[in-house]
Design a protein. Sequence first.
Length: 322
Amino acid sequence: MPNEISALLADIKEQVFYLKELGVENFAVELPEIFFSPKSKVQSPKSEISREKLERFVPADEILRKVAEPAPEVLNIEANQTRRNLLESTKLSRLPSLPKRNSFLNNQPQEQVKGKEEMPKTTEEIPSLFGDVKQKLPESNETIEDIRQDIGNCIRCPLWEGRTKIVHSNGNFQADLMFVGEAPGADEDASGEPFVGRAGQLLNRIIESIGLKREDVFIGNVNRCRPPGNRQPTAAEADTCRPFLLREIAVVRPKVIVVLGNTATQNLLDTKTGITKIRGEFQDYFGIKVMPTFHPAYLLRDPRKKREVWEDMKKVRDFLNK
Ligand code: SF4
């Protein structure tokens, strides 16, 4: 019986701790300290009868029978049964024990346990139940000309006010390789052609470094109008213009898109990861390989980064030559 009471007190104490952790307040429960070990008993001075006292009242063989401990398994079964009965009567058995409570918390929605998880940013990050199945680019039955007609004399975002010419994507409409930049600069705004200034000339050399010519590839920008003072397009401006580029990608269906610079990478892949972290590793855009690398304008400011772009372009070349 002392073992049963001890086990019961330990269980009640555990349940009280659990209720407190759940936020139940104003507990007026004073529980005695229990030093619980497999062999421990609740010590009661009244139950302690010395062997000498016993010998005065009962024969020696009777003493031996009475003081003999029951078999451990019998004791455990009886103790567990008594404990169960008491817990049932107090309804405490309906609460999960501490170890069970941990698994109960693990089964809760993640937001409740450790805050909101960041959503996946690219189609490649979406886990698939059936292996490497990714979303595919939808079929398109329009032409590049259709898209240009739809753009028309576009005033869908504020950038139209400062532009000289809309700078459409151009190049080979059936290219295996496409380049995507951020937005036109002054030279592009004046000519209506993407990548024609100094950065454009460097891009030509980058294309030639992998054995291709400019006319072999398709080149465009996320935004088609020059931002004032060459500032970065706002998120709203990028969101407004980007669908035209995505429709062109669906028409051209290149095998690889090289995305140039931080803004274009974040806009195309819908990610907040910076270019220095993400460059050099193929990403996925609806089944199309995307290689983020530095913008040629950045290379003009820091020519030491050309080596990294060269390494990235070798990966593109090797993929296209497979
Ligand atoms: S940047 Fe794009 S959406 Fe904005 S006005 Fe120019 S073409 Fe239209």
